[in-house]
Ligand binder design. Structure first.
Ligand code: CA
Length: 230
C-alpha cells in the first residue's frame, strides 16, 4: 500500500538516497531541507510518516518534532529521527520529544525500510500490507481481496479502506469525525453523514456471509469493530 513519507534532511546526498529508496519501495515521497519547508508541505498534505533529521539549519529537528506533537492535526503522525552516530543523549531527547523511533547515521537502506515498516505496523497498521484475519473474515491489502467464510466479498474502495481500518483497530469506538480523518484523510470536506452511508454499504457487503455484526453502532459515540460479535 502506498504511504506518503516526508523526508526532512538538509544534506542533499542523504535526502536523495532516502528518497530514491522510498520511491523504489512504492512510497510517495515529499522532501524538505528545513523545518519551514516541512511545515509548508504538511499544511498542504498530511504525511503518513515523517523522517526527521536532527541537525537542520534554523529550527532543529527536535524542536520541530515537539511542535508537531503539540499540534492536534499532526500529533498522531509517526516520526523517526535521524541522529548522528554516538549521540546517545540525542536518542533519549528525541523519544521524549515524541519521536517513535530513531535511526543512527550512517544507515543502510535495508535498515531504514525495516524501521519504517516496524513503526507503521505499530502506529498505523492500516498502512501496511499485512494480511488480517479476524474470525472468519480475512482481508488481504496486497490483492485487495476480502473473504468471509472463504467466500469472496465485493466491496467498494471506501468500504475496503474502512474495513481495513476497523480490522486493524478493533474494539475501540470511533466517532464519525475520527473515521473521516483516519479513512478519508484530513483536509477532506465531507459531511459526517457520509460515514453512515458507507457503514451501511459495508454492512450490506458483509451480510451474505452473516458477518455484518462485527460492526457495532455505539449510540451517541460512533462505531466499533468487534472481533467477537454477540
Ligand atoms: Ca543535517
Amino acid at each position: 500500500m502506498s504511504t506518503t513519507i516526508l523526508v526532512v534532511e538538509d544534506e542533499p546526498a542523504i535526502q536523495e538516497l532516502i528518497a530514491v529508496n522510498l520511491t523504489f519501495s512504492g512510497h510517495k515521497v515529499l522532501r524538505a531541507s528545513n523545518a519551514d519547508q516541512a511545515r509548508q508541505l504538511i499544511r498542504a498534505e498530511l504525511p503518513d510518516l515523517i523522517l526527521l533529521d536532527w541537525m537542520l539549519p534554523g529550527m532543529s529537528g527536535l524542536a520541530l518534532a515537539r511542535q508537531l506533537r503539540s499540534d492536534e492535526r499532526t500529533s498522531q503522525v509517526p516520526i523517526i529521527m535521524l541522529t548522528a552516530k554516538g549521540a546517545e543523549h540525542d536518542k533519549v531527547d528525541g523519544l521524549e520529544a515524541g519521536a517513535d523511533d530513531y535511526i543512527t547515521k550512517p544507515f543502510s537502506p535495508k535498515e531504514l525500510m525495516a524501521r519504517i515498516k516496524a513503526v507503521l505496523r505499530r502506529r498505523a497498521p492500516q498502512l501496511t500490507d499485512d494480511v488480517i484475519q479476524i474470525g472468519d473474515l480475512r482481508l488481504d491489502p496486497r490483492t485487495h481481496r476480502i473473504t468471509g467464510h472463504e467466500q469472496a466479498l465485493v466491496l467498494g474502495p471506501t468500504e475496503f479502506r474502512l474495513l481495513h481500518f476497523f480490522m486493524t483497530h478493533t474494539e475501540r469506538v470511533y466517532s464519525r469525525s475520527q473515521l473521516l480523518d483516519q479513512v478519508w484523510g484530513d483536509h477532506v470536506f465531507v459531511e459526517e453523514r457520509t460515514v453512515d452511508v458507507h457503514i451501511r454499504r459495508l454492512r450490506k457487503a458483509l451480510e451474505p456471509v452473516n458477518l455484518e455484526n462485527h460492526i457495532e453502532t455505539v449510540r451517541g459515540a460512533g462505531y466499533r469493530f468487534t472481533a467477537q460479535p454477540i
